[in-house]
Write a protein that binds this ligand. Sequence first.
Ligand SMILES: C[S@@+](CC[C@H](N)C(=O)[O-])C[C@H]1O[C@@H](n2cnc3c(N)ncnc32)[C@H](O)[C@@H]1O
Length: 191
Amino acid sequence: MHEYDLIADWYASHRTGRMGVPEVTALAASLPAGARVLDAGCGTGLPLTRVLVEHGCQVLGVDSSRELLARFQANLPHVPVLRAPIQSCELPSRTFDAAIAWGVLFHLRHDEQAQAIANIAGALKPGAAFLFTSGDTHGSIDGAPMDGVPFRYHSYSVDGYRDLLVAQGLALEATHTDPGGNLHFLSRKTG
Ligand SMILES: C[S@@+](CC[C@H](N)C(=O)[O-])C[C@H]1O[C@@H](n2cnc3c(N)ncnc32)[C@H](O)[C@@H]1O
């Protein structure tokens, strides 16, 4: 998608809260030192990639937005990044101890979300966690424009996500809604 290139400065200046920080901090604290973590749709890297880096994780950031990745590289110059769609990029197999995708999957069409989950699952080691946010109602909706740019959102139901995860060897362990209304899915690769 190209929308984030159009609103990069606006997004960077509005992504200032702590949304996702408690969940990513808890995930990072559960990982071994030097754990390898995939940050799918990493944006500017602030605040979430930085949380991972501060916990000693070796992070690979993947994002489709050239403009947001330019800001990511200014914020976290030593963290490797890949500019590519998460649903089709080439990722190393069974490599990561965890993956996060905060505020990303619902931007993808349903078929693309299924591809993204399959791609991420293939890159995880057995036992690795995958934490992501999305909606809980199957469908597609037009959201409020951001900085005048329209955004459309797509979601599965929680059961739909559970089924997608199971199909890729992941078990849905927990969901919870944070104070900002973001629904977090914590899953784990079983095999
Ligand atoms: C709401 S922002 C979240 C960014 C970051 N995770 C954060 O917490 O601020 C959504 C991000 O997903 C990225 N994105 C959207 N579609 C993508 C795709 N198909 N592949 C990779 N990144 C994508 C956007 O460029 C943007 O950086």
